[in-house]
Design a protein around this ligand. Structure first.
Ligand SMILES: [Zn+2]
Length: 81
């Protein structure tokens, strides 16, 4: 089963990849290190990686936007904005 996941290298680069769920490391796209799979859908840095998967990317962007709205909503409720 293929899943969209973040892989993070020791230098802090986030590599978003749509790969088999069993793959735990990938070569970092921004340096020579090896990126390790992060847990879940934690921290995301939007850098426009992987344009080869527009469908997955679009879906992911929608999730991100939804989450962003929820966060903004929560901040407003908490009086942080
Ligand atoms: Zn790197």
């Amino acid at each position: 089963m293929k899943v969209l996941r973040d892989y993070k290298c020791p230098n802090g680069h986030i590599n978003e990849r749509f790969l088999d769920s069993e793959i735990e490391t990938v070569p970092c796209g921004q340096c020579d290190s090896e990126a390790t799979r992060t847990l879940g859908y934690g921290t995301i840095i939007l850098d426009g990686t992987d344009p080869s998967l527009p469908g997955a990317w679009e879906r992911w962007a929608n999730i991100r936007e939804k989450r962003h709205r929820q966060t903004a909503e929560k901040n407003r409720r908490d009086g942080k904005m």
